[in-house]
Design a protein around this ligand. Structure first.
Ligand code: GDP
Ligand code: ZN
Length: 456
């Protein structure tokens, strides 16, 4: 039930809009070679760079540039592809684009080139997504991961798992088909052993994918606290820049401030919230509402207190109205700021509920402990060995596969029928197939490719 390829020839600007040295228009489809001939005045040689004029309909010169022609199937999309590299000005590129439309192409939808590459088996779905991740990577580590996924590292591991799964399925189904055999193939221990092995391998892929997803999507941290607790100072200490306004007038930070930093390659989206207090000021009220929206979504909430104002380590005692409204108290960390004034030192207590970090945002003391804590709660490890980029979508599919294998194991241990186990194995295989796009519904494909930019 995959989307089917239409026969249209598509065209789009492949370079970002605006002005630049070079602007590229990419054309894919059956009419690419005819468009090339009309635009160039000759038939280009495959995979050769031709420098010369691009011709308008009346034969006048529209621009000078380089034409590259890749006949299918040896092209990015698997179709005939023409790439026109002109001068990178919006007028020229629009003109060139219009000319390709006049010659029979239509404008490509977002992600349509990658979608065609996928439908023509040039890439699987995880690889197509990696293209987008590579382009959007926010750190070198994330880019390196995306490249590894693009080259098929993630897909190969998923395929290897699928192969092992299929083998086991065949074994179990054969055993079901021959019940008259003397030996109980289902319960002779072989299936149990192979199932356990499979689950272990799946867990390894899941752990690696979780790291990859973290490196792509990062973690969001909210800094909440009463006015003057030092929220803006902590944000500045984390970002090592003066991004937030630090003052000693309560209520200075009226809106939600966001900062994006990296902790060893993991993007960290830090949000400094408005004063979170009841206020008659309309602007401040909006800030408070937004702050709550952020808190509900955040991976971690830092409750920041001025250590000179309270000795308490109990969040409910420190700020009952705030803490009782939290959707998930387990995501809370208590941060005692201004330890330079309280004199209590910067020792953290990580095994308590909530964990306690002591620091001085102003002096930068203890800030590294906070960073280490944030990496730890997300399960982020710094080793980039064997990493690849992954998305939440992939993680969810791996989790579904894992759940199916867990149920299958329970069936086996309960002496259940082989049919049920076979059904669980089938479900696990289906979930894995969604990662590479073997079993992916049309609407999901549309959603994935639709989130790409035009020209990708
Ligand atoms: P916010 O209202 O929570 O954002 O607090 P600010 O970051 O604006 O800080 C309020 C005041 O506390 C400012 O005068 C800061 O310089 C001061 N402050 C913040 N962190 C520390 C700290 O670690 N030690 C000391 N001594 N002062 C701090
Ligand atoms: Zn502030």
């Amino acid at each position: 039930t995959l989307s089917t390829l239409d026969q249209d020839t598509i065209s789009a600007q492949a370079t970002p809009p605006g002005r630049g040295g070079v602007g590229i228009v990419r054309i894919s489809g059956q009419k690419a070679s005819a468009i090339a001939e009309a635009l160039l005045g000759y038939r280009p040689r495959p995979r050769h760079a031709h420098y010369g004029p691009f011709l308008d309909h009346d034969g006048s010169v529209l621009d000078q540039g380089i034409a590259l022609y890749f006949p299918g199937p040896h092209s990015f999309t698997g179709e005939d592809v023409l790439e026109l590299q002109g001068h990178g000005g919006p007028v020229i590129i629009d003109w060139l684009l219009e000319r390709t439309l006049a010659l029979g192409a239509r404008l490509a939808r977002p992600g349509e080139f990658s979608e065609r590459a996928f439908l023509n088996d040039k890439l699987d779905l995880a690889q197509a997504e990696a293209i987008s991740d590579l382009i959007e990577a926010s750190s070198r580590a994330a880019a390196a991961n995306a490249l590894r996924s693009l080259s098929g590292e993630f897909s190969r591991r998923v395929s290897a798992l699928t192969d092992a799964l299929v083998e086991l399925r065949v074994y179990v189904e054969a055993a079901i088909d021959f019940p008259e055999e003397e030996i109980d193939f289902i319960n002779d221990g072989v299936v149990a052993t192979r199932l356990a092995e499979l689950r272990q391998r799946l867990d390894q892929v899941r752990a690696a994918a979780a790291q990859g997803a973290l490196m792509r999507e990062g973690m969001s941290v909210v800094i909440a606290g009463r006015p003057n607790a030092g929220k803006s100072s902590l944000l500045n200490a984390l970002t090592e820049r003066d991004s937030a306004i630090v003052t000693d007038i309560a209520g200075t930070t009226r809106d939600v401030l966001r900062e994006h930093i990296h902790l060893d390659g993991m993007p960290l989206h830090v949000i400094d919230t408005a004063g979170l207090r009841d206020t008659p000021d309309a602007v401040e009220q909006i800030g408070v509402q937004r702050a709550w929206a952020e808190i509900e979504r955040a991976d971690r909430v830092l409750l920041l207190v001025d250590a000179t104002e309270t000795q308490s380590l109990d969040p409910l005692h420190i700020w009952p109205e705030f803490v009782s409204r939290l959707p998930d108290p387990a995501r809370l960390t208590l941060v005692r700021n201004k330890v330079d004034l309280s004199g209590e030192g910067d020792a953290s207590e990580l095994s308590t509920t909530p964990p306690v970090i002591r620091l001085s945002a102003r002096q930068g003391v203890g800030v590294d402990n906070l960073k280490a804590h944030l990496k730890q709660v997300m399960g982020y490890t710094t080793t980039s060995e064997g990493q690849f980029s992954a998305r939440r979508r992939h993680l969810e599919a791996l989790e579904r596969a894992s759940a199916a294998l867990t149920t299958g194991t329970a069936q086996l241990q309960g002496g259940g029928a082989g049919e049920l186990l076979a059904e669980d194995l089938r479900a696990a295989q289906q979930a894995l197939g969604e990662i590479t796009g073997e079993f992916t519904a049309d609407d999901l494909l549309g959603e994935i490719f639709g989130s790409f930019c035009i020209g990708k």
